[in-house]
Design a protein around this ligand. Sequence first.
Ligand code: PLP
Length: 477
Amino acid sequence: MAKTDAEKKRIQSQLAQLPAVDELLHEAQKREFMLRFPRPLVAEQIRGRLDQIKQKVLRENLKVKDLFSHEDFWRVLDEALTELLTPALKKVINASGVVIHTNLGRSPLPSAAIEQIAAVAGGYSNLEYDLELGARSIRYVNVEALLCRLCGTEAAMVVNNNAGAVLLVLSALASGREVVVSRGELVEIGGAFRIPEIVTQGGARLREVGATNRTHLRDYEAAINEETSLLLKVHTSNYRVTGFTGQPEMRDLVALGEKHGLPVIEDLGSGNLLDLKSFGLFGEPTVPETMATGVALATFSGDKLLGGPQAGIIVGRRELVEKLKKHPLNRALRIDKMTLAGLEAVLKYYLDPVSVTEKIPTLRMLTVDRDELKKQARRLQRVIRRSCPAAADLQLKVAAAVSRAGGGAMPMVELASYALYLRVQGRSSDRLEEYLRTRSRPIVTRIVDDWLVFDPRTIFADEYAEIGRACQEFLSL
Ligand SMILES: *Cc1c(COP(=O)(O)O)cnc(C)c1O
């Protein structure tokens, strides 16, 4: 719509009241903004803010004196600039009870791993340098020896993540040939990692065998031909086929492979090094148990049940691992020095299978007993009560709850737990959940039957006080 002359005049006289960019830059200098923030950012924010005000004058018939005050302008600018310079990737309190939470960064690292990472990250290291020989070496020699010891294999290597490990294995050992996989194991793990697509990406051809619920040894046998490169087993981590089901025993599959000179390779997903059955957890074979069946190679993640940094671990037969090491994809997927430092520290904890469940947070959280969780839930209750002494509308109770191992590992695994349940009379639990999640130190909770649930299983001891403060905050709103 065309503007009338009177209107144009009004707008011009309004805009003339706004300070010029140069003037504001000068003012910013005086207010020492340039000492605290990068100059280009200050200029960008000043222009952006002025533009917003101009648009309001133009479009909404508002007056400059109602839109612009020096005090507000500099306060808003300060907040915007501070926010821009604050790391967006930040610590979150995980009160959800999901231990290996992919969206929240999977496994929290133990202190020794963090110390090792810090020690290596800020300077030079012998990452690829043999200090005795004064010559180049391979970056994962140290973790290779550890992994061989812990998994009972003759060789090992590490890449960026398990998806990369599987892709490397297929590219190096199956490209141009067929890979036999059971139809019950053609899974999608999430984040677009789908076994059929990874096989294709690795340049191999998928040879599906069996049915979704049952695959027999004879199905594998019938599929083997001169084009077959390997038999692939995949852990159906986030998916279960129940009822009338069946897969051949690993030993039988390995024997079949041997008869035809074919390796059996397993993508274990989580790959637990430790027998957690005594904790009533995961009645699944450990990595050393899997390797003892004669599996040629197994791959697993560093940041799932292992409790370490993101990594893809490959263990098994030397001649196969050597092929993987020489493949160009290995260079593209290579693990960095910080990850290696963290992984080495984590693996060293496993040398003592008794203390490891205490030392590695993921294992500690998975194995902590229910009585202890009840105590922790009560402790949190006291902390919150003390932080909010006058809150009559605050309801708290400690009751049974279910925590989970997590989508990154075994989402099906439920862990009996105790949690603190919270609600505030007259307030929506959804809004409280949102408030906690979006504050500057976020707290992730879940809602069960309109109660906000704080699951102590995944809350660290030093986070209780912050939860108390957060509750005090939202009660005073
Ligand atoms: C998690 C998982 C992957 C992917 O591992 P990342 O380390 O996340 O890359 C691959 N296969 C299976 C069976 C998994 O469970």
